[in-house]
Write a protein that binds this ligand. Structure first.
Ligand code: FAD
Length: 213
């Protein structure tokens, strides 16, 4: 396989390099602070700049506001972001997990409500999968979702939830049918993080970063 850029990829890379050189502070590569140390609103503003320039959701279909580009462009994007030390888009979970799931399984209303905000950085998603007793063996999740009338009541605890302290929504994995085993009987919700009863507690890392909850 030839890993060299095609003329079109080279043009994309050059445009991105020019964007990063223009938009990042001149002494950025010398500073290169740990990404977690950038204040959140600064990172959101950076995400907005990426979005405005067409670099958010490069591989998302155009009909959902993405770039409709091949994965080679995403690889180039990641190479150049890494090379420059630029912060990543704040919507890592939205762009990589929540958005694509909503595109495939979501209703028209959910697509309308969430996808544009994920791209622009206005809507932040977190991922509520891991639990104190459930990691690699994700099918063992014990957070319970019980149907009560026409809504679900959810009880349980999640852990290692990156960005939960700033998230608007959570992709939440629950056990809705305890009679079913393993990968059956699970329900995946889009949870509004401002729902009464949702409590977010920080897990501060040794670096001081408050990324996990
Ligand atoms: C940077 C980062 C961000 C994260 N963000 C999130 C997040 O936003 N939301 C979220 O839900 N989770 C998040 N996680 C948690 C992550 O998904 C879990 O760490 C992962 O599911 C592993 O679970 P665990 O840590 O409990 O390890 P365990 O599942 O307990 O595994 C511990 C060790 O045992 C090994 N092991 C496990 N099962 C087997 C087996 N059957 N056979 C052989 N070896 C096995 C594993 O490989 C590992 O080495 C994040 C983790 C990291 C590192």
């Amino acid at each position: 396989m030839d890993f060299r850029d095609t003329p079109e990829e080279a043009e994309f890379r050059a445009g991105l390099r020019a964007f990063l050189a223009r938009e990042l502070p001149a002494d950025w590569s010398a500073r290169r602070p740990h990404v977690g140390h950038h204040p959140f609103e600064q990172r959101r503003a950076w995400s907005r700049a990426l979005f405005d320039a067409g670099y958010a959701g490069l591989t998302w279909p155009k009909e959902y506001g993405g770039g409709g580009k091949p994965y080679s462009h995403q690889a180039i994007y990641l190479e150049e972001i890494g090379r420059s030390g630029a912060p990543e888009h704040v919507g890592v979970i939205g762009l990589g997990m929540a958005g694509p799931t909503i595109m495939v399984h979501g209703t028209a209303k959910q697509k309308q409500k969430h996808l544009a905000g994920i791209l622009s950085g206005d809507t932040i998603f977190c991922q509520g999968f891991s639990e104190p007793g459930s990691g690699s063996d994700l099918a063992s999740v014990s957070t319970r979702a019980e149907l009560d009338g026409d809504s679900y009541v959810v009880n349980g605890q999640k852990v290692w939830s990156s960005w939960a302290h700033v998230a608007d929504y959570c992709i939440l994995l629950t056990r809705s049918d305890p009679a079913e085993r393993s990968h059956r009987g699970l329900t995946y919700f889009v949870l509004d993080m401002h729902t009464p009863g949702v409590e977010v507690r920080p897990l501060r890392q040794i670096t001081g970063d408050p990324e996990f909850n």
